[in-house]
Design a protein. Structure first.
Length: 179
């Protein structure tokens, strides 16, 4: 049966080869062209979707990098302000007996700015606040050890914050290099 069918088909092709050439070749060419265009269109669509995805990921990374840089700038300004206020407090406590009302007012303002900057739940901030509270400018003639301890604790706290900033900057640098 299959053999009969293939012989009949072969005979049909032999009898009508000119007709088949005129009809079948263009039909085959058209079919191949349509299938090729469809495949190319699908590839182009997938490539555009991939490009949009890559662009969106790039924008997201750039926003994250920008956010981290801004936070690092804020942290640096926070550290600088804290350092200035701690230095003002330390300078005023060197000779509390020679203080005038303006010095006491400046000390109180610096103290308030420091207190408002610190997170009272952090251990380092608690130590710094305790050292600041032990410096009572109106009752001590020679703060000596208390003033030295205050400066040392302030330096340690600033060093911790500076190290945190450096770590953030390293992360930012890594993000920039991996983009």
């Amino acid at each position: 049966m299959i053999l009969d069918y293939s012989q009949a088909l072969n005979q049909l092709v032999i009898d009508h080869k000119e007709l088949l050439t005129v009809i079948a070749v263009p039909l085959l060419a058209y079919t191949i062209t349509v299938l090729s265009q469809r495949a190319a269109s699908e590839r182009a669509s997938k490539e555009r979707a991939l490009e949009r995805e890559v662009a969106a990921e790039s924008r997201k990374s750039e926003r994250e990098l920008s956010r981290r840089l801004k936070l690092a700038e804020f942290r640096q300004a926070w550290i600088d302000g804290l350092r200035e206020d701690l230095a003002a407090l330390a300078a005023i406590t060197v000779n509390p007996a020679a203080q005038g009302n303006s010095d006491i007012r400046e000390a109180n303002q610096a103290y308030a700015r420091v207190v408002m900057r610190l997170n009272p739940l952090e251990e380092g901030a608690q130590l710094l606040l305790s050292a600041m509270n032990s410096l009572n400018l109106t009752k001590q003639e020679d703060p000596g050890e208390l003033q030295t301890a205050f400066v040392r604790i302030g330096q340690n706290y600033l060093k911790l914050e500076w190290d945190a900033l450096k770590n953030e900057l390293r992360e930012i640098d890594y993000l920039e290099r991996t983009q």
